[in-house]
Design a protein around this ligand. Structure first.
Ligand code: FPP
Length: 250
């Protein structure tokens, strides 16, 4: 992953990460309960995946539930997990048929905050889609970038205590091997909907050289045309990865 993904001249991102913001406000503006916003958000995930397949973008990551989202009212939290459970149970056959490979990132330790039946469902979805290649979809659930990095550091400290690693071996590759996203390319583009311009503890290591794109539309209203506009903006960006423009280097 430390190859920083797509080469600078590539106009199509290899990996797009999404912060699906604005579900609650979308619902409130319509006099609806927040959960209805989230269920429309699931529809937007479906639409975006279809469009990514059409466009030939092979990797997508969606921020579905952060380690901070546990602070929300219990009703919203259990409603959100209900939506995820029913999506994965009802749609697994379609997901397989469409060639999507699904993975999850986040704290999945048994005895942690995620319930055992959901953890088992997540494993089933990963196992049953493991051979698919059309679109690699990652859902971040009970995830935050800081929490992921703390777990990486705990792993390194445990390996050091067991004599498996010495300080000189702790480099970027040693960190990446232990990230939840191990094996995935770094995102080239991060899209956040609903007008907020921050990364909210998402993929802190992996977004090091991603291009950011913020749009006003709320996630439930995010359409193929919005995705196409984001990709057009990405195509116009010059990525230098800390170097100088190609013309200067020549
Ligand atoms: C942010 O909007 C959205 C979330 C915290 C949850 C997003 C989750 C989904 C769309 C469901 C994911 C689905 C699957 C299948 C994994 P917000 O509630 O913070 O919006 P607000 O800022 O307007 O209140």
């Amino acid at each position: 992953m430390n190859d920083f993904a797509a080469p600078a001249h590539s106009h199509l991102p290899r990996h797009v990460a999404f912060i699906m913001d604005g579900n609650g406000r979308w619902a409130t503006r319509r006099g609806l309960g927040r959960l209805l916003g989230h269920s429309q958000g699931v529809e937007a995930v479906r639409r975006v995946c279809e469009e990514l397949v059409k466009l030939g973008v092979p990797y997508a990551t969606f921020y579905a539930f952060s380690t901070e989202n546990w602070q929300r009212p219990l009703e919203e939290v259990s409603g959100l997990f209900g939506l995820m459970r029913s999506y994965f149970k009802k749609e697994l056959a379609t997901i397989i048929e469409k060639g999507l490979r699904v993975r999850f990132i986040g704290d999945r330790r048994l005895g942690g905050k995620l319930e055992a039946d959901l953890l088992a469902l997540m494993e089933e979805v990963e196992a049953k889609t493991a051979h698919n290649t059309k679109l690699h979809v990652t859902f971040a659930i009970n995830y935050s970038g800081r929490d992921e990095l703390v777990r990486v550091m705990q792993g390194i400290a445990a390996d050091a205590a067991a004599g498996k690693i010495v300080p000189e071996q702790v480099d970027a590759a040693a960190v990446e091997q232990r990230l939840d996203t191990h094996g995935l390319p770094a995102p080239d583009l991060m899209i956040r909907t609903s007008g907020e311009q921050r990364i909210s503890n998402f993929l802190l290591w992996q977004l090091a050289y991603a291009e950011f794109y913020f749009c006003e539309v709320a996630w439930p209203d995010f359409q193929a045309t919005h995705l196409q506009a984001a990709l057009a903006a990405f195509a116009g960006r010059e990525r230098r990865f800390g170097s100088v423009p190609a013309a200067v280097a020549a």
